[in-house]
Each structure stands twice: as C-alpha cells, then as structure tokens.
Design a protein around this ligand. Sequence first.
Ligand SMILES: Cc1cc2nc3c(=O)[nH]c(=O)nc-3n(C[C@H](O)[C@H](O)[C@H](O)COP(=O)(O)O)c2cc1C
Length: 365
Amino acid sequence: MTAILFDPIQLGDYHLKNRIFMAPMTRARTGPAGIPNELVATHYAQRASAGLIISEATAVHPRGDGWPGAPGIYTDEQQAGWSTVADAVHAAGGRIFMQIWHMGRAVISEAIEGQKPLAPSPIPAAGELPNSKGIPTAFDTPEAMSIVQIRETVSAFASAARRAIDAGLDGVEIHAANNFLIDSFLRDGTNQRKDEYGGSLENRSRFLLEVVDAVAAEIGAGKVGVRFSPTNAVFGISDSNPKAIFTYAARQLSKRNLAYLHVLEPALDSGSPMSVGLPTVARALREEYEGLMILNGSLSNETGQSALASNTADAIAFGIPFISNPDLVERFKNNITLTEANPDTFYSGGAEGYVDYAPVEFETA
Ligand SMILES: Cc1cc2nc3c(=O)[nH]c(=O)nc-3n(C[C@H](O)[C@H](O)[C@H](O)COP(=O)(O)O)c2cc1C
C-alpha cells in the first residue's frame, strides 16, 4: 500500500508518528552567545506534532559560527539551553534532531575576531551577511584549510553531536547543503584542492564521509542524518556535474546505515528561489541511496503526498509552512487553509512571527 503523509515511519532508532517533518530553519533568536532560551523551546514545542523536527542550523565551532543570533553547540551554556528545548519538545510528544553546521566561507571576518573564514579553497562566497551593527557585509576570501584544520573540524562535528545527545536531543542532521563547509568540499566550483580532499569524486566526498563516520562513531548511525542541496546556488556555489558528485556521495552514505538522507531540491516548475533551473537529481539519489530519504522544497500537502505515492521519498520536510502553521499536521489532515508566513519576521528576533502563529481549533468528526 502506498505510504501517505500521516503514516508512521521507522527512522533510524525511532518510530515516528507521521511523515510530515519540519525542515531546519535559522530564526536568529538565540542572542550573541548562541544559547537557546525559553522562547526557542516554546517555538519548537508548538510544532511537536511533526513526525520529526529538524532544528535550525547550530554551529559546531566558533570559527564556523557567523550568523547573527543563530545558536551554537560548543559551550556548556549552549548545551544547557538545548536541554530546555529537548525537554519541551519531548513533553509535547515530539522528536527533535539538531542540524549541525560549520558555515565555512560564508562567515564575515568580524564575526570570527577578524580571522579569515575557512574553506577548501580561497574562493569567496557571493552575497553578504549583516555585521554586528546590522550593516550588510561582503565575505572575505577564505583561507584554504590545512590538514590539521580539517582534522580539528571533523572532531568538532563529533563533539557537537555528543553534546546534542547529552542535551537530550534525539539525533543530529549533518548540514552538507547550501554552500556551507561540507557542501563547499563536495562541489567543484568551490573545491579546487590538489590534495586528497580535492579533484576526484572520492576525494571531494572525503571530508563529508570523515565527518559522518566520526559523528556516527560518537552517537550511533541510527541517530545521524545528512542534508544535501545538489542543485541550488546559494552564496554562489556551483558544480559542473551535480548528479555525479551527489550520487557518488549518496552511494557511500548508503553503506553506513544512517537514519536518513535529506534532499533539498525544489522541482523545476515550483518557482522556488532555491531552484536555479538545473536538471534535478533527487530521483537519481533515490535510486542510489538505500536508506530512508526525506524530500524538501516548495512542497504542499498535495505535492508532498504525490512524492510519497510515486516513491520519490519516504517522508517530506516542510519549511516555511511550519513557520506560520505550528499545527501543520492537523491542517493537512483536515484540509484547513494555511496561514501565510511574514518574511519580515524570519530573522527579526523576538516573539513576533515566532511563537504567535495560532493553531486552528477544529472539530474532529
Ligand atoms: C527562514 C529560513 C531559514 C532557513 N534556515 C535553514 C537552516 O538553518 N538550515 C538549512 O539546511 N536550511 C535552511 N532553510 C531552508 C529550509 O530548510 C527549506 O529547505 C526551504 O525553506 C525550502 O522548503 P519550503 O519550501 O518547504 O519552505 C531556511 C529557510 C528559511 C525560509
């Protein structure tokens, strides 16, 4: 029988109540020290009817931590803040994985005490992020990482995963998407290294696989997911053959018995700004990857359902719909119109647009 969004699913170590997952979304509410507070706990607990919540991206190391107001998981205080979040989500009956990231070249130098951002090769990211005064600031040319820095960063991912589990989260999602550090090793527009971390598909996948193996050794593969965005171009990232590198990497991940592979790839006709018109590769990844696959990107109740019906994925992650509809699962079940999200509050800080979207009260038949 065809799976539907409301069917339960076994994901790694967990039996989840439905296949409607909350996509990771940075919301910049954790202050300069990156410590989640009660507001953050309330936000996630309100969305606990999702089969799985994937948290906003959370920094594993200060050198890769440059989004104003985004959380970290490298200090005891940050870990304690995350415990509050995990407790609130569990008390509300939910499950939560933490998305762990290193921002790589997309960190402005001011955010890392004037140091250069780190990347596989000295190619600056396109675009800007706000500095401490809120002024949009361009990225510096990054420093090409040494082997020692690569090893330290692999360890930082493993330590972050340990802290996430110790804080009470259910698992971690390794952020290998959206141009951040791991993605920039995978794609050849940003990786021009001549050593064992650059060139061939095997070499470009090496850093990802080292991170995955270190994290899985630390917390167990059944608590680890990986996120790819094979065909987007955020911060100017590119690859000459996305299908080749991402199917290769997916094949390697297949052997590792992870909880899931999460693919952010809007359909070409979705009108999503995340799609740049390249042929999509999610279908090819589905064929290569033997474990559970989550699909995300401009999907709706209907298109999410058809992606499951056509066996393109096992579960669907929804991003913006979850911002403004904390009870998205109930709304899908009862065909209730969705509330539109207000983009002005995505990163604005504070309660507005964060914990004040009301659930719809509805009568069950
Ligand atoms: C406000 C906002 C913050 C986001 N932050 C992250 C993030 O921290 N990590 C990540 O992998 N993707 C992030 N994304 C991308 C979303 O996870 C998702 O891929 C995107 O919104 C497309 O899904 P949707 O059409 O269902 O919203 C963010 C998107 C938005 C709108």
